[in-house]
Structures are given as C-alpha cells and as structure tokens.
Ligand binder design. Structure first.
Ligand code: SF4
Length: 201
C-alpha cells in the first residue's frame, strides 16, 4: 500500500518515523529539510553500491556526512554492502533495465531496514532529482510498499531550485554523472567520439 503525502498519518504516540534513502548530498537537502519541517522523525540511510568507482563513492559519502551534520540528521551507512562484483553481476546482460533494477535494489534494502526498525514509512531522495527516471523510482517504491511500512511518495522535484541554491551556498560536492560506470561512460562519450573523429580525418 502506497500512501500519498496528504494521507500520511502521524503516530498516536508521537511523530511518524520515516527512513529516507539518501542517494547523494545535493539531492538530500530539500527532502530532508521538508520532512523535518513537517514534523516527521527521520533517519537517513546511505546504501548506494551503484556508485563507481569506489573513490567517487567515498566522495559522495563524505558530502552526505557533512550535509547530515549541518542538518542534524542521523544517517546509517551500509559501507559493508558496497560490493562492486556483486553489483556488476546484477546488471550485466540486463543493461536495458538497469535503472529500474538499481532503484529497486536500493529501495528494497531501505524498506527492509525500515520494517525491522519499525519505521512507518520509507522514501528516497532520488525523487528529488530531475535527472532521474522519476516514474521508475515511484514504480519500484510502490511495488515494495507494505501496510506496516509504506512507501512515501512525494514529488520532491518541486523543490529543485531551492535544493540547488542551498547546495551551492553550502559548497556541497556535486557529481556530474548518475553513479554507475555506464552512466559515467554516457556522460563522457562525446569526448571519446571527438577523438575518434579527429583520428579519422
Ligand atoms: S544510471 Fe544511475 S540509476 Fe541508472 S543504473 Fe546507473 S547509477 Fe543506477
């Protein structure tokens, strides 16, 4: 069962608890501040085995830690589950579906931790990015939603400008590709094509 924001009830005994999957610092600022302002008890979860190479993962992790400190939000880091080989094996031969698989993997882990930790809801800062496949994120989240622990869907893209301005003001590290090695290739392939054209002249 997926619940839209207008229907999210608070707990009778206190604020509802939300586990927020965090993909990166620039995407986290707006959603975390918004949920905090609305009175939810929130905790972040950094689980992103899709980020390659490891050096890039470490940079983004560091940026999230700094942002979380500034926002006074606790974040759990699943560094032990950063396993390049396992992740690549999941994607190979399924490259055309890789983004859905990637969203599903991260949200499933988030949902399971939220369920064990008795959170009422789980969500993801991926829903903030205009560069992500928003419908696929929503589809993956909804497919994992349970009565006890629902997927909190919110179109955080509405706060795009606000989040970007805040990231700039805070000097947050901003990556220039989504995360996996395929996205890094797509981001830079024009440079390679330019070299090939030059060589063919
Ligand atoms: S492009 Fe981004 S969402 Fe898609 S598989 Fe790569 S890291 Fe995951």
């Amino acid at each position: 069962m997926t619940v839209r924001y207008s229907l999210f009830p608070m707990n009778k005994t206190g604020p509802a608890r939300v586990l927020v999957h965090i993909c990166c610092a620039p995407c986290a600022l707006y959603p975390l501040e918004l949920l905090k302002k609305r009175g939810y008890e929130i905790m972040g979860l950094f689980f992103n085995p899709n980020i390659h190479p490891l050096r890039e993962y470490l940079k983004r992790r560091q940026a999230v830690a700094e942002a979380a400190r500034a926002l006074e939000i606790e974040v759990v880091y699943l560094d032990r589950e950063y396993d390049l080989t396992t992740h690549m094996r999941r994607m190979v031969f399924r490259e055309d579906q890789r983004c859905f698989l990637c969203y599903h993997l991260r949200l499933e882990r988030t949902r399971n931790i939220a369920l064990n930790g008795r959170f009422n809801y789980f969500t993801s800062t991926l829903l903030y990015s205009k560069r992500q496949k928003h419908q696929l994120i929503s589809k993956a989240g909804e497919s994992l939603s349970l009565e006890k622990c629902s997927f909190m869907y919110e179109d955080f893209r509405q706060g795009w400008n606000q989040g970007q301005e805040k990231a700039e003001a805070m000097g947050v590290y901003r990556q220039d590709y989504c995360g996996c090695i395929y996205s890094e290739f797509e981001r830079n392939r024009a440079d390679l094509e330019r070299l090939i054209k030059q060589a063919d002249k």
